[in-house]
Design a protein around this ligand. Structure first.
Ligand SMILES: C[S@@+](CC[C@H](N)C(=O)[O-])C[C@H]1O[C@@H](n2cnc3c(N)ncnc32)[C@H](O)[C@@H]1O
Length: 187
């Protein structure tokens, strides 16, 4: 499907971003049918992924964090904060090791300088990984966006140290030329 069609489909379905179809494809591929009690959405704005979780897993409690504002979504607890400060967010900190799913679609502002951008992506991914390790329960799942660059192999290796299953996905709704790619991990 053409990218504009994904955007139209998202609009028709009331989703704030076409990024929902990337998450949907990954969750469908891993054939996860159980519900998620607690979901942590880091880098959540404008809120497409949070909307998707609430719509498809209505019993879930979603905790969302972003440095940008996010319009309210029923059932989603939003915190305007950097993920660097996540431990200081009381309601999230109280749920250490009680999240069943962490989703990270975080992307830094790009500088255009490859080495700087790769480093920033890597730092945010490493932090997302740490957060997933601190907050996921046994059997918990992580879906994390990253980019195809020279740090990808090292990131995947780091992830393999703490996750039983690690898989890489390039969803159809993801622009081919964007270089973005998604890592999935199961504890
Ligand atoms: C691609 S968007 C997420 C889209 C979202 N998944 C959706 O479906 O609407 C990436 C987000 O990461 C956020 N971000 C970047 N650095 C961050 C940080 N240090 N802490 C929290 N959020 C951050 C950006 O503000 C941006 O909103």
């Amino acid at each position: 499907m053409h990218l504009d069609n994904w955007a139209n489909k998202a609009k028709q379905m009331g989703y704030r971003s076409r990024a929902v179809f990337k998450l949907e494809e990954i969750l469908n591929k891993i054939k996860f049918k159980k519900s998620f009690k607690n979901v942590l959405d880091i880098g959540s704005a404008p809120g497409g992924w949070s909307q998707y979780i609430i719509k498809n897993f209505p019993k879930s409690k979603v905790y969302a964090v972003d440095i940008l504002d996010m319009e309210p979504i029923e059932g989603v607890f939003f915190f305007k904060e950097s993920i660097e400060e996540i431990d200081s967010i009381g309601p999230i900190n109280n749920l250490k090791r009680k999240f069943n799913l962490v989703i990270s679609d975080i992307a830094p502002n790009l500088s255009g300088i490859d080495a700087v951008d790769s480093e920033n992506v890597y730092m945010l991914n490493k932090l997302s990984l740490k957060i997933a390790n601190d907050y996921l329960d046994l059997g918990g799942l992580l879906v994390m966006k990253t980019f195809q660059n020279n740090m990808l192999r090292s990131l995947r290796k780091d992830m393999e140290l703490s996750f039983n299953i690690v898989q890489t996905y390039k969803p159809a709704a993801s622009k081919k030329q964007s270089g973005e790619i998604y890592l999935f991990g199961a504890k």
